[in-house]
Design a protein around this ligand. Structure first.
Ligand SMILES: [Zn+2]
Ligand SMILES: [Zn+2]
Length: 378
């Protein structure tokens, strides 16, 4: 987020209004436009309904009418406005009509938001989808409305003319669907290059450890990386290794570097995620031992859900859980999964239990009786 400040003894921009002070102490207001503002009006050639396009100059002229205290300033700003509309192809007739309407409006009236006109009692509103035939329907209604009004009973409950309100009709976007066709055999010079690499262009590269294969410190097996993965890859299963051999496996559907940024942010702000807690509690917030590595890509499912992804993650975990030297548990917070060396896990448990302010040693093992009971029962 950027903040800008502006100092001036006699004028002050606030939102879209510039307040100025005159020597006699009176205040003047006018429209404020940033010096960097661009002409962003809708182009007249755009395929929007014509009434909508005609409405834009009306709204803009009324806005400067409302915000300019001085008549002369209003005229100057109106000239500037006309120039900007002309650049976007608005016909002069449309601009003249809008300008005339602003001139005829009373500024004091414009300063008070006009209350929304409530439906008059008995006013009938016809709601339908907008269609090419909508105008004909309106004309037919208008032509024959008098027949309804001739009936003395109906006339009491209907208004003079029917109000027609349109819902948006089906447009091209509603009628087409996204193509699920993907070109699978795109060839480039990177084809055949497999492994995890730094992109060389992001601030997180220094936390990435490159390689064509990865070996877990917890179990003695090396896996080949089957795809090309870098910081900018999307949909990545990644591994975080700490200087203390702790390993964490995570998954992101977004770019890996974005997720790495989130992890580092969580550590910096001492959030309660498992990785942040580990780094903050055990390493005093020192990030230098952290190494991220993408180990597999997940193909986002074509339509909805992450079933495919989750299946892949489960398979990976199953492979890991056969190993007796590691402990897999769900993270304390955040729904991640932590994989830890068993010895470290036990060490960490003892460290926590040693804190006498939270845990108190019992004089005997209360479970012994229960275990005995269970044994005699079975
Ligand atoms: Zn990078
Ligand atoms: Zn660690």
């Amino acid at each position: 987020m950027h903040f800008t400040s502006d100092f001036n003894r006699d004028s002050l921009p606030f939102l879209d209004v510039e307040l100025s002070r005159w020597t006699d102490g009176s205040l003047e207001t006018k429209i404020y436009r940033k010096p960097t503002a661009t002409n962003s009006f809708l182009n007249w050639s755009s395929h929007h309904p014509i009434p909508l396009k005609k409405g834009i100059p009306v709204g803009q002229y009324l806005r400067i009418r409302r915000n300019c205290t001085d008549e002369r300033t209003f005229r100057i700003q109106a000239r500037d406005l006309r120039q900007r509309f002309r650049e976007k192809g608005y016909p002069d007739a449309v601009l003249r009509r809008a300008f005339k309407r602003a001139c005829e409006s009373n500024r004091t009236d414009l300063l008070h938001p006009n209350d929304k006109k409530d439906l008059k009692s008995g006013e009938i509103r016809l709601v339908g989808n907008f269609d090419v035939a909508a105008r004909e329907v309106r004309d037919i209604l208008a032509k024959h409305w008098d027949i309804l009004r001739m009936d003395s009973d109906i006339n009491k409950v209907i208004s003079e003319i029917p109000q027609i309100t349109y819902r948006r009709g089906r447009n091209i976007k509603d009628q087409i669907v996204r193509s699920h066709f993907t070109e699978s055999n795109t060839s480039n010079w990177l084809q055949g290059l497999k492994g995890f690499f730094r992109c060389g262009r992001c601030i997180f590269c220094r936390y990435m450890s490159q390689g064509r294969q990865f070996k877990s410190s917890s179990w003695d097996k090396t896996y080949q990386i089957k795809q090309f993965i870098n910081c900018q890859s999307k949909g990545v299963i990644y591994k975080v290794t700490c200087s203390c051999q702790m390993e964490y496996v995570g998954m992101t559907t977004h770019e890996l570097r974005k997720r790495v940024g989130e992890h580092l942010g969580a550590i910096r702000h001492k959030r309660m995620t498992s990785l942040a807690q580990h780094i903050n509690n055990i390493h005093g917030g020192d990030l230098s031992g952290l190494q991220f590595m993408g180990i597999d890509l997940i193909c986002p499912p074509k339509r909805g859900g992450l079933s495919q992804t989750l299946r892949k993650k489960k398979e990976a975990l199953k492979k890991l859980s056969n190993n007796n030297d590691i402990v897999i548990r769900s993270a304390d917070k955040g729904g991640g999964i932590v994989i830890q060396n068993k010895d470290d896990y036990i060490k960490e448990a003892h460290r926590i239990l040693k804190d006498k302010s939270y845990y108190e040693p019992l004089p005997y093992n209360p479970l012994a009786e229960d275990i005995n009971e269970l044994r005699t029962q079975s």
